[in-house]
Ligand binder design. Structure first.
Ligand SMILES: *Cc1c(COP(=O)(O)O)cnc(C)c1O
Length: 420
């Protein structure tokens, strides 16, 4: 067999790890070319909400392909995009009146940052400092890396990254709030944060109460509040948006991943009327200068419109609550295991630390754990020593049993020194 020319993301090809070929998928199951059934315990990197190849989403996509594929979106529009925008403004916080399309989580965050700076520039009071939380992740472009955690992922590119204000993760809430207040007082343009759960930073969870207080501080100082709900949105944390649990309405909201139920790439940045107003003018210089070729692709929009219909018509939050309860029961079975620490859950997301050491991404347990799960046909991709479970909401109870059995046996192997 000839070697594939594909250069995979976040994959060190020099380690020679196998790259399985998946031929089809349904619900929470992936089927490989060599007839293995793999349980997708991380929703194919956090995107698949209702399950793979959801019949309603696939039908909507097929239907749209009969009508319109792609259209220039500067000065033109189409019904699927209008349906998505109407659907979003109907279920998202009413203060978020405007919908700007893009195509990935990184781009919708870039758009939010540009809108924040445009807001200040167009008001004639330019501000540019962005405040971020330590351990955050907002994407892999230069701009989104700049506002994210620095480390092994970003070291080579550090000279290109812009400077930001950083506040600590709220292990000590008052220290975080004081740091945010100091940054806001100094005249920050915006604060960007992952509400309730820092995903790539290690599924670090903080309380809704702190989110509420951070938002209050931003409001007090007129600093724009950007909620990056790319991962936490669409029910992951138990509610449609994580911000809801804190009673927070952001000025800018970033959505992607579950926007199409995880079926096609699409993203939106939702903005308040104040942000729109700052750009609205007869002066062309105040135009919001951003686009990508596939902005609001009609087929992706048809999938998103159908996802919104699923949210309107089906009891999605009941499935979310049922999954959360089943995850709790599974976690209870792991309590007290000598190699499992810091067991936590937020909505449908669970996480824990394996071993005793630190949770650095390149920690040595990572490859051993990955191999352990691969051998058991469970797709789990630990973040260093942090093992987390974030399945599609339709995951079967039996499959959840299999996932947690694989975690338990991995922890046994860590405790006995077989994985180290
Ligand atoms: C995944 C993610 C992104 C980046 O999304 P991409 O579609 O991978 O560019 C941004 N922010 C958060 C919180 C994410 O989890």
């Amino acid at each position: 067999m000839t070697q594939s020319p594909i250069w995979h993301p976040f994959t060190q090809h020099g380690l020679g790890e196998p790259v399985p070929t998946v031929s089809h998928a349904v619900g929470a199951a992936l089927y490989t070319k060599d007839n293995r059934r793999i349980i997708d315990a991380i929703s194919s990197w956090w995107v698949t909400t209702h399950g793979h190849c959801h019949p309603r989403l696939m039908a909507a996509i097929r239907n749209q392909t009969e009508h319109l594929d792609q259209l220039i979106f500067a000065g033109w529009t189409h019904e699927p995009a209008e349906a998505v925008a109407r659907g979003l403004t109907a279920i998202m916080p009413p203060a978020l009146t405007r919908v700007f399309f893009s195509d990935s989580g990184s781009t919708c965050v870039e758009v939010a940052l540009k809108m924040a700076l445009g807001y200040w520039a167009n008001r004639g009071e330019p501000r540019s400092r962005i405040v971020v939380m330590e351990s955050s992740y907002h994407g892999d472009t230069i701009g989104t890396m700049s506002v994210g955690a620095r480390g092994v992922f970003t070291a080579a590119y550090a000279p290109l990254l812009f400077d930001v204000g950083r506040i600590p993760f709220p292990s000590d809430p008052q220290a975080t709030l004081d740091a945010l207040e100091a940054q806001c007082r100094a005249g920050a343009a915006a604060f960007i944060v992952e509400p309730l759960v820092l995903g790539s930073g290690g599924m670090r969870i903080y309380s809704h109460d702190i989110l509420t207080k951070m938002h209050e501080i931003c409001v007090r100082y007129g600093v724009l509040f950007i909620a990056d709900e790319v991962m936490t949105g669409w029910g992951r944390t138990g509610t449609l948006l994580a911000c809801e649990q804190a009673g927070v309405v952001p000025d800018l909201l970033c959505l992607s991943k579950g926007l199409t139920g995880g079926s096609l790439p699409l993203a939106v940045t939702m903005a308040s009327e104040a942000i729109w107003d700052a750009h609205y003018s007869t002066d062309r210089a105040r135009t919001f200068f951003h686009s990508s070729s596939y902005t609001a692709n009609a087929i992706a929009c048809a999938a998103a419109a159908e996802n919104l219909a699923i949210w309107r018509e089906e009891p999605v939050l009941d499935s979310v609550a049922a999954l959360a309860a089943r995850q709790d029961r599974q976690l209870a079975g792991l309590k007290g295991h000598p190699a499992i620490h810091d067991i936590r859950r937020c909505g449908t997301i669970t996480a824990m630390e394996l071993g005793g050491g630190d949770a650095a991404y390149l920690s040595n347990l990572g490859p051993g754990l990955l191999a352990h799960f691969r051998e058991r046909d469970v797709l789990l991709r630990p973040l260093g020593n942090t093992v987390y479970v974030m399945p599609p909401y339709c995951v079967e109870p039996d499959d959840l049993d299999t996932i947690y059995a694989a975690i338990r046996s991995a922890a046994d192997a860590v405790a006995s020194g077989a994985i180290r």
